[in-house]
Design a protein around this ligand. Structure first.
Ligand code: WT7
Length: 649
């Protein structure tokens, strides 16, 4: 990426009305890092507390005692912040616009209606014995009930664990077991791109796995009326449990540090980690970032295209926009159905002002040419956002020009599941844009770049991105495994949070995320642990060994490239490739579908037996000239054989 490219200065018209202009951003940022107690004590007032906190920041990144607390003596309820406090002024305002998979299906849900539906479900959950601190797993389509379920859990102090509807029964079972979850909320089927996805069948399959006995009840939303199995005593229809409940339910008074949700994400080693997010700091951070980064103004229609199964959906479909009394659009379908013009048509239909989507979606549209958006005008748009992976300048320019009619600033937002909210991003009225750069840190965020020895690097430089001090939205722990939390994030470099990302800072202090530096790959904005896919593959009878790496993919950002060494009695064949592909899809989910499988008679290893992934990544990327030093390999000829049969050229 060259720095000799277009700069898009802040537009006067945006700056004039924005929540922050250049000076205000500078001043607020300075105070947020110089005097976090005053800054965050002031910002805490943006949400409603039962008891306002007297203690603001109490955090330590010391690896012997990682301890993160914000607003620790305050009490509040997250659902009351998203609902109750808006009723007086905004009872009739639309809280959620729901757009179905079918373009003729949509609904507007007012704050009052959302409040009532949430209270009814909260009462139904209580009737099933769900109590404060219990974990409820949500495995749901993108329907309003997903938001209702999150808010209903929050209302009674239950902790939600949303599992993306594209995950397999095994992945779901693993998460139910990991969180010791008593109850699952799901739907008969979800609908995406005109096709049904059998959510309830998947739950049934998950609950046959050992260890899931803890889960006693399954609440089922009737979405399609499709045929499903029914287990008496365990399965309950959502509408039968909910519709007759009272439409009020007192919100539980929660401590700021009580858990609000668990969300699983993949890391470089081991099983997915359940990040624990708590209540007070998360709510302050989600709502503040939503207001400032998207410059959200009262009455605007805001659409984040993520799924609620990811953290983006948590913070920027549900909690951030609703805490701010916004109107948030929730889309059930996919951007390519019924045609590739759908996204623009939705923008026009609902007069969307702010659109927040992912580079992979933009690249997929780009591949269909300049005219792909011709079925819509999109003149309601004011701000565009990007998240999930680095956006290449070409896709940025296309997003700006074709989707935004060269009229809307793009906020490229860098953050992670662990962060709770946006960390590095422009503010529309304050930050000049450089396509491909996430630009500057948000209030309270102190990025630094370290070399591999842990030295802080100054000036314009490339390094490993760390964050040197806590911010309120940060995950507090890994559910049930604080030691792993410490090991994963606070032990690579002492005393700072390690993001796992590589990054460059330019001479203007702008940050350019270059991608993961660990064994995590980012496929269409979804994080995959290569170790997870490898352990799935070696569980197959035919497989002796497997190594998984990412490679550059035009649409997905990264694709999944797999090297497989077969057992002696297995024969390589196209059939077997298909079987292995299905195996991984079934084990983890369609998002882990291999793009390329290459048979590897053996893998390049050091003399101590460590797989040289650096070399495998180069071969997968078809960059075979610059393989670097292979002299430490036990058998360098292995590499020649892999190059000769490489699949991507
Ligand atoms: C990883 C986090 C919370 C956002 C959704 C993904 C990559 C995310 C950007 C961006 C460059 C980005 C990073 C990060 N990433 N946003 N704007 N520019 N890279 O959350 O699944 O926790 O993944 O996504 O590599 O570490 P996630």
């Amino acid at each position: 990426m060259s720095e000799q490219q277009n700069i898009y200065p802040v537009r006067d018209a945006i700056a004039a009305k924005a929540w922050a202009d250049k000076e205000k951003y500078q001043a607020m940022y300075k105070q947020s890092v110089d005097d976090p107690d005053t800054f965050w004590g002031e910002q805490a007032k943006r949400i409603d507390w039962v008891k306002f906190p007297t203690k603001i920041k109490h955090t330590s990144f010391d690896p012997h005692n990682v301890d993160i607390r914000w607003f620790e003596d305050g009490t509040l309820n997250a659902s009351a912040n998203c609902l109750d406090r808006h009723l007086e002024k905004r009872g009739d305002q639309t809280a959620i616009i729901w757009e179905g998979d079918d373009p003729n299906d949509s609904a507007h849900i007012s704050y009052r209606e959302l409040y009532e539906r949430t209270c009814q479900l909260a009462n139904a959950l209580k009737a099933q014995g769900v109590k404060k601190g219990d974990v409820v797993t949500l495995y749901m389509p993108m329907i309003p009930e997903a938001a209702v379920a999150m808010l209903a859990c929050a209302r009674i102090g239950a902790v939600h664990s949303v599992v993306f509807g594209g995950f397999s029964p095994d992945a779901l079972a693993q998460r139910i077991i990991g969180a010791n979850s008593k109850l699952v909320i799901t739907a008969d089927e979800s609908v995406r791109g005109g096709k049904q996805v059998p959510l309830k069948d998947n739950v049934d399959a998950a609950l046959t796995r050992d260890g899931t006995e803890v889960c006693q009840k399954v609440l089922v939303v009737k979405r399609t009326g499709g045929e499903i199995e029914w287990k008496e005593g365990r399965d309950l229809w959502y509408h039968e449990q909910v519709d007759s409940q009272p439409t009020d339910c007192a919100a539980e008074e929660m401590n700021a540090e009580d858990p609000l949700f668990i969300l699983y994400t993949s890391g470089s080693t081991g099983a997915p980690k359940g990040l624990k997010h708590t209540t007070g700091g998360y709510m302050v951070y989600a709502s503040l970032t939503h207001q400032y980064v998207f410059d959200y103004q009262d009455g605007e229609v805001y659409w984040c295209t993520a799924d609620v199964g990811w953290v983006t959906g948590h913070s920027y479909i549900v909690y951030g926009p609703l805490a701010n009394g916004g109107t948030t659009l929730m889309f059930e379908g996919v951007p390519s159905y019924p045609t590739h013009g759908r996204m623009g048509e939705i923008v026009d239909k609902h007069k969307v002002n702010i659109l927040y989507t992912a580079p992979t979606a933009i690249r997929a549209l780009m591949a269909h040419g300049e005219n792909v958006m011709d079925s819509s005008k999109r003149d309601s748009l004011r701000i565009l956002g990007s998240v999930g992976e680095p956006i290449n300048p070409e896709a940025w320019e296309w997003y700006y020009r074709v989707i935004g009619n060269s009229n809307c600033p793009i906020v490229d937002t860098w953050w992670q599941t662990e962060n709770g909210g946006i960390m590095i991003a422009p503010l529309p009225g304050a930050t000049d844009l450089k396509p491909g750069s996430a630009t500057l840190p948000f209030f309270g965020v102190q990025p630094a770049l370290y070399d591999s020895e842990g030295n802080a690097l100054e000036g314009a430089v490339d390094g490993n991105l760390v964050i040197t001090d806590s911010w309120p939205g940060q995950a507090r722990s890994i559910w049930g495994d604080h030691e792993r939390f410490t090991q994963t994030y606070f032990s690579t470099y002492q005393g700072v949070y390690f993001t796992g990302d590589g990054c460059r800072r330019d001479e203007d202090g702008y940050y350019w995320i270059t991608g993961r530096v660990d064994d995590v790959i980012n496929v269409s904005g979804h994080r995959m642990g290569t170790a997870e896919i490898e352990s799935s593959l070696v569980a197959h009878d035919a497989v002796a060994e497997a190594a998984v790496v990412g490679f550059p993919h035009d649409i997905k950002g990264q694709g999944i490239y797999i090297y497989v060494t077969l057992n002696d009695d297995a024969e390589p064949s196209d059939e077997l490739k298909k079987e292995l592909t299905q195996w991984v899809r079934k084990d983890i989910g369609p998002i882990a579908s291999p793009d390329v499988i290459q048979w590897a008679p053996s893998l390049p290893k050091t003399r101590s037996g460590k797989i040289m992934r650096r070399i495998l990544r180069k071969i997968a990327a078809n960059e075979c000239d610059g393989l670097g030093d292979t002299s430490t390999l036990a058998d360098p000829s292995v590499v020649d054989e892999l190059i000769e049969h490489r699949a991507n050229r």
